[in-house]
Design a binder for this molecule. Structure first.
Ligand SMILES: NC(=O)c1ccc[n+]([C@@H]2O[C@H](COP(=O)([O-])OP(=O)(O)OC[C@H]3O[C@@H](n4cnc5c(N)ncnc54)[C@H](O)[C@@H]3O)[C@@H](O)[C@H]2O)c1
Length: 228
């Protein structure tokens, strides 16, 4: 089976009802990202940061995977599919995708502020006073601006082994995630689906300037036909 690597960003979840970040003038749900997604913001106002991610976590219960997430699951019929997502939602998993790497963490996990490797599954709200086994505050398991991206190394490795690369709904402005494109083997087909694509078309890079919910199922259909 050929290996398809899919890099997804906030745009793939937009039509499920989760707002993207850059479409709203650089604010994330009305907040400056440095307020809610940086170690400095956390130092300044833990209550605000906890409340922000509690709202995001609660929102997950009100949204569902859309046709784009579901089509990527279909692709597994004839391909080995690896999804590398910048999203912290769980919509790829809920669509049934088998191999999902979360580059920027997951809303439904929290971690210790004492030991970053101490990660716990979390469903409800996280509040001040929720401690790890070392009696230290738990924080959202989300990679904030300025923090290391531990999943980058496995993501690079998988991208280097890709036969086909799909990039869906990302402004390609958040590094190091955006740099993954450059690890794809030279000359493999790359497809970019985004209504406002951030890259230019080349001989090997084909752009579909459209929404994920229509663009992804169309491309998946073509790829499945090609493999039969
Ligand atoms: N769903 C989530 O988990 C979520 C939501 C908002 C922000 N974030 C975080 O913020 C960071 C933002 O970076 P990013 O590049 O992922 O997002 P971004 O907000 O910077 O860019 C969103 C991209 O999605 C595109 N888009 C909008 N509607 C679309 C649609 N219907 N179909 C396809 N594409 C569409 C936009 O044109 C844009 O290029 C990420 O690292 C992520 O962790 C996550």
């Amino acid at each position: 089976m050929k290996k398809i690597v899919v890099l997804t960003g906030a745009g793939i979840s937009a039509e499920s009802g989760i707002n993207t970040f850059r479409d709203a003038d650089g604010l994330w749900e009305g907040h400056d990202v440095m307020e809610v997604a940086s170690p400095m913001g956390w130092e300044r106002n833990q209550e605000l940061v906890l409340d922000f991610y509690n709202k995001r976590r609660r929102q997950l219960q009100t949204v569902d995977p859309n046709p784009a997430h579901k089509a990527l699951k279909e692709l597994e019929k004839n391909y080995e599919v690896h999804i590398i997502t910048q999203n912290v939602d769980d919509l790829h998993e809920r669509a049934g995708s088998k191999n999902v790497i979360h580059l920027h963490g997951e809303l439904k996990k929290v971690r210790s502020t004492f030991d970053e490797d101490l990660v716990l599954d979390w469903e409800g709200d996280l509040v001040a006073g929720d401690f790890c086994e070392h009696q230290r505050q738990l924080r959202p398991h989300v990679v904030w601006f300025g923090e290391a991206v531990p999943m980058m190394q496995p993501a690079i490795q998988i991208t280097m082994e890709a036969d086909i690369l799909l990039i869906i709904g990302t402004s390609m402005q958040v590094y190091p995630a955006a740099g993954l494109l450059h690890y794809a083997p030279e000359g493999i087909p790359v497809y970019f689906i985004d209504p406002k694509p951030a890259v230019k078309e080349t001989r090997h890079l084909k752009i579909f300037s459209e929404k994920a919910s229509t663009g992804v199922p169309k491309l998946v259909k073509e790829l499945l036909q090609d493999s039969e």
